[in-house]
Ligand binder design. Structure first.
Ligand code: AMP
Length: 285
């Protein structure tokens, strides 16, 4: 569609967008509540992803407030590793979200394709995530649903956190049970109050999954996964491409006592990150 140079200008700030302002391209994917299309703003030719959500679906699932919250949170976040939401508009039946286009698609797809990532790639993604989460925490935003499916890759290989559907803007401890099974922290499994420390646990899970190709507490049944999480039943298969430093970082994040998990700042300074991560966040395979 557009050339590289055209995507350096954001769509003009405009109060009221409508479908007429966009040229719609190929479908990019299908989510729980609608479809995502490649699109460009007609005037500036700026390339975006247009997410179309059907109001009926949102109302049927009582998601109105959650979507509104997701939109408000995401519009206010500005970080190179957080997917931008430039704006939104609606017609009678649909809501349209104007999103930053992530050319590389889902990180999950890439992980499944290659089986596992190299230490360099994994460390670069973990550093990007730690920096993005530190920024979100500063703004009192807890994501709560960080998992490979919610991580996208842009045209330069930079990781972008997308889908703020489960995030909350709060500085106090939360009680709601949410998130995807394998990524749940023990305090969430046990239905205890939890705070931003859950994101640090998730970074440990992701780091493991990036390197080994599977999440650490995977089991046959949901109950068994829960049991393994609560016990922190962690084992490292003897795979030569995973270094002792990587395991050290994982072990300092997958800690049951949430107050003892490594801080996001300390993650960025961990020897394995320093040795392997590309500080630009750009990952070329
Ligand atoms: P979602 O409804 O957010 O789960 O999106 C459905 C699928 O569309 C995702 O799994 C991605 O493959 C794709 N997608 C969503 N947002 C974007 C985006 N901003 N850029 C590129 N692809 C996207």
């Amino acid at each position: 569609m557009a050339s590289e140079t055209q995507i350096h200008h954001e769509p003009n700030r405009k109060k009221f967008w409508s479908l007429k302002d966009f040229e719609i391209g190929k479908p990019l994917g299908k989510g729980k509540f609608g479809r995502v299309y490649l699109a460009r703003e007609a005037k500036s030719k700026y390339v975006v992803a247009l997410k179309i959500i059907f109001k009926e679906q949102i109302e049927k699932h009582g998601m109105h407030h959650q979507l509104k919250r997701e939109m408000e949170i995401q519009t206010n976040l500005r970080h190179q590793n957080v997917l931008r939401l430039y704006g939104w508009f609606h017609d009678e039946e649909r809501i349209f979200l104007i999103l930053e286009y992530a050319h590389g698609g889902e990180l999950y797809g890439e992980l499944r394709k290659s089986g596992h990532f190299s230490e360099k790639q994994a460390a670069t993604y973990i550093l990007s995530l730690a920096q993005a989460l530190a920024y979100c925490h500063e703004k009192h935003v807890i994501h709560r649903d960080i998992k490979p499916e919610n991580l996208l890759i842009d045209h330069r290989g930079r990781l972008k956190i997308a889908d703020f559907g489960w995030s909350v803007q709060s500085s106090s401890k939360r009680h709601t049970m949410c998130g995807t099974l394998d990524y749940l922290a023990p305090e969430m499994v046990e239905n205890k109050a939890h705070d931003h420390a859950v994101d640090k646990w998730t970074l440990g899970i992701l780091c493991y999954e990036f390197l080994y190709g599977v999440p650490p507490f995977e089991a046959e049944t949901q109950r068994d996964t829960f049991k393994r999480i609560v016990k922190v039943d962690l084992c490292y298969p003897p795979i030569p491409h995973v270094s002792a430093e990587a395991k050290d970082l994982i072990s300092r994040l997958l800690v049951k006592d949430s107050s003892k998990r490594l801080s996001l700042q300390n993650i960025t300074e961990h020897p394995w990150i320093i040795k392997n991560a590309d500080p630009s966040g750009i990952c070329e395979n």
